[in-house]
Design a protein around this ligand. Structure first.
Ligand code: PNS
Length: 175
């Protein structure tokens, strides 16, 4: 165990990273943040800066939205990262990675990532939380598809995110 991580562990604190694209944050993500924040001492929601993915929202916009909707959580911080997740975790003395599982279809990919991350940095344990029933079908990808086809996404994303989605899609149509 590295020096910094053993210090984290000795103090008995759980510092967890919740990584993802969050393009944009959904009520499923928010539920996971809510439940995760109760389990750990400090939760860092880390947005992946992935240049190859062509996101709808910039990292700055995603950061703003996440900050708005998590303002009420005293132990939650919003950040972004590039490169390997485990290196980011090490820099922040995190001893856990938080991920959600919605359906069995998520399991294989999540297992692969958790095992790879464990191999790269055994000190960081992945914690999985099952999505709540109401949120188990929500994904950022489907929300974007439904709203772009004028479908109703209320209850799937926070209100402020829904407004930003509409603005963004309107701008795209005009542009
Ligand atoms: O919300 P997503 O898009 O499913 O999140 C995927 C994420 C960000 C967790 C994953 O792509 C990631 O950790 N990327 C960082 C690069 C990395 O560490 N790759 C090896 C992990 S197995």
């Amino acid at each position: 165990m590295s020096q910094s991580n053993s210090e984290t562990a000795r103090a008995g604190r759980i510092v967890a990273i919740y990584p993802g694209s969050f393009d944009p944050i959904t009520n499923g993500h928010l539920d996971l943040i809510d439940r995760g924040a109760r389990l750990v001492d400090r939760l860092i929601v880390a947005i992946l800066q992935n240049r190859s993915k062509h996101p709808l929202f910039t990292v700055e916009e995603r950061t703003e939205m996440l900050r708005e909707v998590t303002a009420g959580f005293s132990n939650v911080e919003i950040d972004s990262f590039e490169g390997l997740l485990v290196d980011y975790a090490a820099r922040h003395h995190a001893n856990a990675i938080l991920r959600g599982i919605r359906a069995i279809s998520d399991y294989e990919h999540e297992l692969q990532m958790a095992l790879m991350n464990r191999r790269l940095r055994p000190e960081t344990e992945t914690i999985f939380l099952m999505a709540s029933e109401d949120n188990s079908f929500i994904s950022s990808r489907l929300v974007k598809e439904v709203i772009s086809l004028n479908g109703n996404v209320s209850g799937l994303v926070p209100k402020t995110v829904e407004e930003r989605l509409r603005q963004k899609l309107q701008l795209r149509k005009e542009g």
